[in-house]
Design a protein around this ligand. Structure first.
Ligand SMILES: CC(C)(COP(=O)(O)OP(=O)(O)OC[C@H]1O[C@@H](n2cnc3c(N)ncnc32)[C@H](O)[C@@H]1OP(=O)(O)O)[C@@H](O)C(=O)NCCC(=O)NCCS
Length: 220
């Protein structure tokens, strides 16, 4: 596999308003996602929930903020991820802004809970523009450490990736992962993302993984 050039600098603020970046269209293109052109959704699409063998994924709400903060305070959880973790108020504000973000319909953050006890917060999966800027659409995952090593991140990410292609018809989904974050790299591989090469993510070296709609269609 060739080594693609470093990703170009993020070009535009992209928080799910009018254009359908990631849907194969440019700024002026009509959206092909089936959503009204001016439709804005606050937070994740509340209608889109997922159920797996062991997990429920539901739209993240501001009521999940404390659980998100507590998870991020586990030192291993943010070891490979940049963010305002050491500043309590900035950290909380960051989470709340991401939860309340204006994402395109069908995108956002999903809180993962246990099916057998939905009061138990496991973590989250996201599908949003990279770094909330885009234009690429990123899938990401974060779990409380006590739930690692049981296949749960993979189980949670799979339906979100399927949703990205089958419902949203995204042209491509990417994941940008610290090269030392072996667990996360493995999740990307297990859900079928392909390694593309080095990239900078939040100014940190990362490995870019992605999958395109064409590759999904070609594999089926
Ligand atoms: C990354 C993360 C979500 C993985 O969650 P998880 O539920 O443990 O993931 P899974 O169990 O589905 O899969 C992990 C895989 O990585 C492997 N793995 C984990 N740590 C590893 C290590 N140090 N070396 C090699 N492989 C490792 C596991 O064996 C498993 O692969 P396998 O099923 O082939 O055995 C979790 O570690 C996490 O929340 N990390 C902190 C947040 C984070 O870094 N998010 C990603 C940012 S890009």
């Amino acid at each position: 596999m060739g080594q693609p050039a470093m990703a170009s600098q993020r070009r535009s603020r992209y928080e799910g308003r009018r254009s359908c970046a990631g849907h194969g269209g440019g700024e002026d293109a009509e959206p092909d996602c089936g959503a009204p052109h001016d439709m804005i959704v606050t937070g994740s699409d509340a209608c889109t929930t997922f159920e797996t063998e062991r997990l429920l994924l539901r739209s993240r709400t501001l009521a999940d903020t404390n659980d998100c903060v507590l998870m991020d305070r586990e030192p291993e959880v943010t070891r490979y991820v940049s963010g305002p973790w050491s500043n309590a108020s900035a950290h909380r504000e960051f989470i709340e802004n991401r939860t309340s973000g204006l994402w395109l319909p069908g995108m956002g953050y999903w809180t993962i809970v246990l099916r057998q006890d939905p009061a138990i917060f496991v973590g989250w999966v996201l599908l949003i523009p990279v770094d909330a800027v885009g234009p690429e659409i990123e899938i990401g995952w974060r779990l409380r450490q006590r739930f690692w090593g049981q296949g749960l991140a993979t189980e949670a990410a799979r339906p979100v990736l399927t949703h990205a292609f089958e419902v949203l018809k995204l042209a491509e989904v990417v994941a940008e992962i610290d090269p030392d974050n072996l667990g996360s790299l493995r999740v990307a591989e297990k859900i079928g993302l392909k390694q593309r090469g080095p990239v900078l993510h939040s100014a940190r070296p990362a490995v870019r993984y992605s999958l395109t709609l064409g590759e999904v269609a070609g594999a089926s």
